[in-house]
Design a protein around this ligand. Structure first.
Ligand code: SF4
Length: 462
């Protein structure tokens, strides 16, 4: 009831706002850091801050992935908030290694510990000097204050930290390609690995949440599931034949650091979402690994093309509003353009000049009446849709309120998705993932066509 009243009070008229966000199109840095750390085998994320932050971050990930998400916390109280959290973190190392026995503790900070100014490398150094880190066990950290950036930044920072702490160059090549998949679903990471294997490319994926956040019910609880990138493989990334960072925002910092630190030749691409972005990924793999494109991949591409041609009359000219994160938005917008849809509104809470420039490169300049909110929020998007409606909204779960109020077909895409399932199990990336995106878009549009059709136009065959 409250939501309905609130939504009905969203005014179409936009009032300029510069210091107020309403319904943000992002969430906080540590959630991304936690997700990235979970993609490393035998690694326990640790939140250096209050219990409340850690509980929120764990619950956000648990609700999205429908899996228990483990993380420890420094449990700040008033004392730590005033005097700093060193004592809490040192105690936490003792407790975690003796009770939970991870190989790695991945510490990320919160707004509170960043504002206090805790020096995490100094605290880790002290723990090492005092023998609080057992032999063969490791601690790394990433700074993730939430008043800067978003969950995307936190993911990028933690992925980069693994390179910073562990990647080494020995001079003995592994002949592997290092692939940074970016913030995609566990199902997407599994799909990227399947494509690499179909191409015959030896690889290391970092991070890799497949086999961690999509585990089967076995009857036995595993605190550290069998998935995740192994520490030895992360160390050997410095000897990779080449590196590919997928998504400049999520993977760019780690991929660039691998290049500068270990001189691994690196290419940064768009996330392989949709036809053209997947083509670029496959072509780069072919060049970097020195392999031919396999028949299997060629057939998958052909099936996607077939669907695009068969269903073109349903997508042609449809207007779309998008909300999400920069890496996903760029590739998705390009795919929608390839489907001859018209991307009218795009909003992200993680702005940046690189994102704006790339989006323009991929789909062209905004036309009159279009809106590219960077930064922007869902409230502003709602207002735009009131001013000039669109045929389809693609956003995370929070878009459902706008879709209901505006009575517009809605496809859930991005993070978080709290009220539907499947995203952890069925991929969006690659040619097969693009088929799934098309399925979702077409079903949403056709459901609406059926719902609104008068009896004489209610067709059995679309
Ligand atoms: S925004 Fe800051 S204070 Fe709030 S949950 Fe995130 S880290 Fe904690």
């Amino acid at each position: 009831m409250a939501t309905e009243l609130y939504l009905k009070h969203t005014e179409a008229e936009s009032v300029p706002r510069s210091a107020l966000t309403v319904n943000p199109a992002k969430t906080c840095q540590p959630i991304g850091a936690m997700y990235a750390a979970l993609g490393v085998h035998n690694c326990l994320p640790h939140s250096h801050g209050s219990q409340g932050c850690c509980s929120y971050h764990r619950s956000a990930l648990t609700r999205h992935y429908k899996e228990p998400v483990m993380a420890a916390t420094s449990s700040f109280t008033e004392g730590a908030s005033v005097f700093g959290g060193q004592a809490n973190l040192l105690q936490a190392f003792n407790t975690i290694f003796s009770l939970y026995d991870p190989q790695i503790i991945a510490v990320h900070t919160t707004c509170l510990s960043e504002t206090i100014g805790d020096d995490i490398p100094q605290i880790i150094g002290k723990a090492v000097a005092e023998g609080k880190i057992p032999a063969g066990r490791f601690v790394l950290h990433a700074s993730t204050p939430s008043y800067v950036g978003s969950h995307v930044t936190g993911f990028a920072n933690m992925t980069k930290a693994f390179i910073d702490y562990f990647a080494e160059k020995t001079g003995k090549s592994t002949d592997k390609v290092a692939v940074f998949p970016g913030w995609v679903e566990p199902s997407d990471m599994a799909e990227i690995k399947r494509m690499l294997e179909a191409m015959g490319v030896p690889y290391t994926l970092l991070p890799d949440t497949s086999g961690v956040l999509d585990t089967p019910m076995s009857g036995t609880y595993e605190m550290y599931p069998e998935g995740g990138t192994k520490l030895d493989d992360i160390r050997r990334l410095g000897d990779a034949k080449g590196a590919i960072g997928l998504g400049s925002y999520c993977s760019g910092p780690a991929a660039k650091l691998l290049d500068t630190k270990c001189r691994v030749p690196t290419e940064i691409l768009d996330l392989p979402i949709g036809l053209a972005a997947t083509d670029r990924f496959i072509d780069t793999l072919r060049r970097v690994a020195g392999v031919a494109v396999s028949d299997q991949i060629i057939k998958e591409r052909g099936r996607l093309l077939d669907m695009m041609a068969d269903m073109h009359q349903y997508t042609y000219g449809k207007t779309v509003a998008l909300a999400g994160d920069p890496d996903q938005l760029c590739s998705l917008a390009e795919f929608l353009k390839d489907l001859d849809m018209k991307v009218k509104y795009v909003v992200t809470g993680t702005p940046g000049k690189a994102y704006e420039a790339r989006l323009t490169e991929l789909i062209g300049e905004a036309e009159e009446g279009d809106w590219r909110g960077a930064p922007g929020d869902l409230f502003a998007l709602h207002q735009k849709m009131k001013q000039a409606p669109v045929d389809l909204l693609i956003a995370n779960t929070y878009g459902k309120y706008i879709a209901r109020d505006e009575d517009v077909p809605f496809v859930r895409f991005g993070f978080p998705i709290l009220d539907r399932v499947g995203h952890a199990d069925f991929p969006y990336v690659g040619y097969r993932g693009a088929l799934r995106i098309m399925e979702k878009i077409l079903n949403a549009l056709m459901d609406r066509q059926d719902r609104d059709a008068p009896n004489e136009r209610f067709e059995l065959v679309m």
